[in-house]
Design a protein around this ligand. Sequence first.
Ligand code: PMT
Length: 406
Amino acid sequence: MTNVNEGAANPAQKTVLLGVTGCIAAYKSCEIVRGLQKAGVRVKVVMTEHATEFVGPTTFRALTHETVAVGLFDDPSDPIHHVSLAQEADVFLIAPCTANVIAKIANGIADDLLTTTALATTAPLVIAPAMNVNMYENGATRYNIGKLHIRGARFIDAGDGYLACGDIGKGRLAEVDDIVSATLDELGVKRDLAGRSVMITAGPTVEPIDPVRYISNHSSGKTGYALARAAALRGADVTLISGPVSLAAPQGVHMVHVKTARDMFAAAEDAFEDADIAIFAAAVADMRPREAAGHKLKKGIADAELGTIDLVENPDILATLGERKEQQVVVGFAAETNDVVANAEKKLVSKHADLVVANEVGGGRAFGADDNVVWFVDDQDVEELPRMSKTRLADEILNKAMQFLA
Ligand code: PMT
């Protein structure tokens, strides 16, 4: 089963508050939402009344899976909605922004939810104007834009071309990609994986014994999901192949949910071909029962049946795909209880990896934890990293993997 999942908000995620004003280009705000989500950013939308004449709040609600704010008093549970919205924003992007809203914000006028939030926020303000050419070139608009520039607002210049009103000139909303890039830049997100394809395996696999019992392990998926989130945020096309975990799918990531090692192998084979970087963070069950019983095995016959489960080896996904590698940078993990580096060095060779991320497991380490200590092992070097959160570790692994890119 595959889907592109927007998932739920999480603390590591940046939030862009997208202001939509009353302009024919308002429909392009939907593409802006998608572009930001693809980069792993959470988007909340606030609209002016006039904007709702062009695109309904329902559309943005469906796209963002968030409530959409229009009126100052729309949310009875939150009497000071403009302040909570203002505080949630890491960046306040207004796109498209009309001459009227630019004028109001430039002069501190706060007469609706959007402009009141603009006044209340301390988040960086990014504005993409869109209007008729004469309005754009009018001295009042130029003056207001200048005022906002001085106050630190970032403008994404309107483009030249055919305008909805029939005029030709400057006033078209800038390209969606430029608006998304400028916003991500303002968030401090580096886009060094843009145009790259990254495949990640995560979580455990489960190997059925009977319809209710299985062989598995304690992988929570935190490491693989952090990698997927970080890669998406840095601009990569990410496929996350996940065994059963209880984590929300990262935004903008192509999810493939699997259960067994053989399912994971098939999904990884599909994604591997086009991958620039393939990271194998999953804890794949090395063995599975030769045959899963079709019925729940009874206690009374446990000795006879459960006591002698016949195990067979699962395919080694990393070793098999590593051997086939062409352009792919292959990153494996090594989960070891002893001789961590020595065993990782062996896995680097036997699994045809470019890099092995080695970690010590057991005694509450690595599996399920929020942080980890790892060694980067490649054919040149062994580097021990300090303890760090799995979120930060994900960026370190991506930085290291990028050194192997052709
Ligand atoms: O998910 P978390 O709770 O965040 O925990 C993170 C982790 C401990 C699962 C992670 O840091 C980790 O070590 N992942 C690899 C676990 C593992 O199975 O290690 P291994 O040494 O047994 O396998 C070596 C490598 O071969 C791994 O990249 C593994 O994904 C891969 N492998 C193993 C067996 C198999 N049949 N197919 C594989 O692809």
